[in-house]
Design a protein around this ligand. Sequence first.
Ligand SMILES: C[S@@+](CC[C@H](N)C(=O)[O-])C[C@H]1O[C@@H](n2cnc3c(N)ncnc32)[C@H](O)[C@@H]1O
Length: 325
Amino acid sequence: MNAPSITPLQSELITLHPALADMRRMVCDGMRKKPRQLPAWMLYDAEGSRLFEKICEQPEYSLSRTEIELLEKKAAVIARALGAGVIVEFGAGSARKVGPLLHTLRPTAYVALDISSEHLQESIKTLQRQFPKVPMLGICCDHSQLNALPDHPLLRGQRLIGFFPGSSLGNFEATEAIVLLRHFRKLLNGGPLLLGLDHPKPQARMEAAYNDAAGISAAFAHNLLRRLNHELEGDFALDNFTYRASWQAEQSRVQMELISKCEQLVTVAGQQWLFNAGESLITEYSIKYLPEAALAVVAEAGWHGVQRWHDPADEFSLHLLKPSD
Ligand SMILES: C[S@@+](CC[C@H](N)C(=O)[O-])C[C@H]1O[C@@H](n2cnc3c(N)ncnc32)[C@H](O)[C@@H]1O
C-alpha cells in the first residue's frame, strides 16, 4: 500500500454532527425514559470538552494519567503488535493519548473522530504541529451512528488500526457496547483495535473520581443543562438540580445523575416535562471492566483479545483486539 500524498499541516475536518432535529428527538426519547437518561455524547459541546480536560487533571481522577503512562511505557511493543496503517481514533478528545503511538508506529495517517467539533479542530491543530509529517483528518460525528468512514484519500485502500482509549466504552450499557464494538469491527474492515478500559476499584475511590472535591464533575453534568437551554430552547434552572455519582457494584458501574431538588416544570425540545422532587436525569454511566469481563464482551462483538498491557497496580488495561474470523 502506498502512503497517500498530502501536504503536511493541511489537516482537514469533515462535519457530520447530528442535526438539531435529531438532537431534539433524542432528548424527547431520553426524557420519556424511566429513569430519564440522555445520550452521554450530549455532555460534549465545547464547554463540556473543556471541563472534561479539567476532570482529567483532578487528583481523584487517575484514569487518564494511568493510561498515558502505560502508553508511553509500552508504545514500542504496542506499535509493533499493531503493525502499519492509518490510526483511526474513536472519541479522540484532546488527542493527547495517541502521541506515543504516532512517535513509534509512524502511521500512514491519523484520523480522529469526535462529537465535539471545536475541540476536535483544536486538538488536531495542536497535534499536527507536533507531528507535521503525519497527515491528519478530523471527523466530527457520533461514531456509533456512522455507517461508513468517509471515502477520503487518507483512508482509501489503507489498513486501518482502531484506537478507543479513555474507557469510553464504559459509557455504553452492556448490550450497546456489543453493538458499538461490532460496528467498529465493520468500520475497521479487518484491522485491529486497541481498547483502553478502566478496572473496578473500591466504592470510595470510584465515587471520588466522578465527584471531585473541586466540583468539576458536577459542573460538567450541569453544563449539559446549559447546553440544552442554549441549543434546544430549554429553560432548566441549573441551581434546581444536584449532581450525584454513585458506584453500583452489581452492574460494576458509576451512575452519574442530576437530581431535581423540587417539583418543577421544565421546557426543552419543544415540550414541557414535570420533574418530581428527587427525580433523576441520568447523564452517563461509566462501566468498569475486569479483563475477563472485557474479553467476554468483545467476544460477543466478534473480536478476540490478542494481548493485554496494564499498569503496575493492574488498575487499567490496554487490550489489543483482532477480528475473530
Ligand atoms: C471520556 S472522553 C475521552 C477522551 C479521550 N479519548 C481520552 O481518553 O482522554 C470521551 C470523548 O469521546 C467523545 N464522544 C463521546 N461520545 C461520542 C460519540 N458517540 N461519537 C463520537 N465521539 C464521542 C467526547 O466528545 C469525548 O471527547
